[in-house]
Design a binder for this molecule. Structure first.
Ligand code: SAM
Length: 272
């Protein structure tokens, strides 16, 4: 997979040389190219921003450097791969989710446009949206100073899904948000050796060797954690997502099915 990043802070992307993404690059599984936006400016000060039309605080990134940079990056791609997906980090974009990471991981080429200041002149997004797949994406409901950290987040989430990048291909099977058996649930707690640490024991079931019981325990813990930390996921789940045992666990956690079958918090007090 190829990824291009256009930024005014190329050094901010240096973590892409480290750990999982760095190794994937070294092995040739991931071709990451970082470009300095200022290379496409033509004035002495390498200006990339200007005051906003209509007034107001802050500065806006000028369209000309972005247009030249993106034209050059797009022109460097081969034909026949359907063109890149342009990923535009912005707090006003659609949420970046595991589902979107899976979708983007299946594409051969992503181009990221992390901005600074108040963002990029809108005409740039509109211009490229007319000829390629543009995704405006937010990594969360907060505002950072720039899009480089969101790019690091997205690249890592996408890269670990690429075939052969994780040592054990099964590693992301049970992740929180992963499609599959635990779909829609957060992952429960995990343990390793030693069996006792500071007087705290590993749950007995995990050392029982009984795969059926272990699987059930893991699912109950996932239900417990999801109920506690992300009740919106329980409330939004399709009723068919929960089997008989799940329903008993959810009842213990204070959930009951409503008239449409979806679960909501029960009004009756839960007995200990
Ligand atoms: N005025 C903009 C707004 O309220 O939507 C915020 C601009 S922010 C200071 C500058 C840049 O940081 C954005 O253009 C974007 O590239 C990046 N950024 C900040 N927060 C982000 C978030 N939650 N998700 C994705 N990108 C973000």
């Amino acid at each position: 997979m190829r990824m291009d990043v256009v930024t005014i802070f190329p050094e901010y992307l240096e973590p892409l040389d480290v750990s999982l993404v760095g190794k994937a690059r070294a092995r040739g599984q991931l071709d990451v190219r970082v470009h300095d936006l200022r290379a496409w400016t033509h004035d002495r000060h390498h200006t990339v921003d200007d005051t906003p039309y209509g007034g107001g605080p802050g500065m806006v990134m000028k369209p000309e450097p972005w247009g030249e940079a993106l034209d050059a990056v797009l022109a460097s791609g081969g034909s026949g791969d359907g063109g890149p997906v342009l990923v535009v980090p912005t707090p006003s974009g659609r949420p970046f989710t595991q589902e979107l990471a899976v979708e983007l991981a299946a594409r051969p080429w992503l181009v990221f446009t992390p901005a600074r200041y108040e963002g990029i002149d809108r005409r740039v997004i509109d211009d490229y949206a007319a000829r390629c797949d543009v995704r405006e994406v937010s990594i969360g409901d907060y505002v950072l100073a720039g899009g480089e950290a969101p790019v690091l987040v997205m690249v890592e989430a996408i890269a670990r899904l690429l075939p052969g990048v994780l040592g054990n291909a099964e590693s992301h099977r049970d992740d929180s948000f992963a499609p599959g058996a635990m779909a829609g649930l957060l992952e429960g707690p995990v343990y390793t050796k030693p069996p006792v640490w500071r007087g705290r024991e590993v749950p007995e079931v995990l050392v029982s060797g009984h795969h059926g019981r272990i699987g059930r325990w893991r699912r109950d813990e996932a239900l417990r954690r999801t109920s506690e930390n992300r009740p919106d996921l329980v409330a939004g789940a399709e009723p068919e997502a929960f089997g008989t045992h799940d329903r008993a666990t959810l009842a213990e956690l204070g959930w009951e099915p409503g008239p449409d079958g979806r679960f909501g918090r029960s009004s009756r007090p839960v007995e200990e």
